[in-house]
Ligand binder design. Sequence first.
Ligand code: ZN
Length: 458
Amino acid sequence: MPQTLKIDNARYVITVDGGRRIIQGGSILIEGSRISRVGKAAEMAGVGADRVIDARHMVVTPGFFNGHMHISYAHCVRGIFPDDQGSPLKHVFALQNAMTEEEEYSTTLIGLLELIRGGNVCFLDPGSTKFPDACLQAYQDAGIRVVTGECVIDRDSPLALPRYPTDEAIKRIAAYIKKWDGKLEGRMRAWAMPFSAETCTAELISAAKRIADETGTGLTLHHNSGGAARKEYQARHGTTPTEYLEKLGALGPNVVLAHALGIDDAEIDCIARTGTAVAMCPSTAAKGGRGVGEHGRMPELLAKGVRVALGCDSPNNSNYLDMVRAMNMAAVQYKDARQDMRQIPAEQALEMATRHGAAALGGGDELGAIEVGKKADLILFDTQRPEWQALFNPVNNLVYNADGRSIHTVLIDGRVVVDAYRQSFVDEARLFARVQEIGEGLQARTGITFPRSRWPIV
Ligand SMILES: [Zn+2]
């Protein structure tokens, strides 16, 4: 008999199911890794379980899906880039390349710790991990779902990305998927992850998509075009960046385009027509000064039925990994940019973090909603906190008042991975000290250092 767990009499269960029901006084029964019953607490009063969690003060939501989340190096040098130095991108890959196996393992652990305590049950890492063998144990211990891959390029790039001859890059993509896809009882998926169409040849991009199709996996790449990039695409290929990908056969339901700022109406049609998904990183766009007002098209993508996931990008871009704050940013930035309060309602922000995110990452049938038969990936928010008062509309309170700090309990695959604010897979104090040390060493080794602060630290 599988273990049973009952979430009993939650103040609200925001199911994000087909009918978008919010059950006041709701209970959820979990058998093994799956949800077997959802309903009113009174109707399920006679249902016992091996463990019962009293949820009378909790708001329960599906777990969050982070659609673009580089972990690896960045946690150990988080916050070193001063605002007045502009984009840190040229340093990012140099720092990442200098990581040792143990250093990447430790910084991955802290990334996973922050992700699961923030209710992220799954994340897509766009190829930033250099040592997957070392990090596998961290994924296993954290209990998280991960979509991983090897980042490759085969063209010149000012960024210190891993460049290979085209045929070798293709072989590496295929070998990575063969080795890693389906590990951790299916919680680990491996995808093709060429960095971008600007850093990869047409041959490599087409081959990566072919491998994704043949292996039943997916493909993600950075797709972030400003005015200069658009002009270059017109000159080189006679198309927009998105239509260029379509011509290569590189769009489709198993493809996630990351960022997707600066796309026009025809490109939105192209994304919708091909069933392609998009992962947008609202806080990265805002912090990086990417011009959401001019370049952000989230409302139009959603209106065309595109599966739009949210991402937190990186601890040195966003810099937070808190999906509640990302939802808030998505919900407020388009209201401001369009001077229209009706843009991206709170419910739509929550759909992106849960249901749409799960669908974008290839798990729409099993994940992303609280429904019978689905995997039990859940977050319990503690409403006995000032920011949750007064509570009439739980979705508004979640997106506009709360942040990830009220996350009390998290379940992934039916397993409690955060239990009353605590996790048991890592010694936090020791890890924090080690990550600080790694950051000091990495800056000394690479010479990539900045004035510690614009204000004197005395
Ligand atoms: Zn990225």
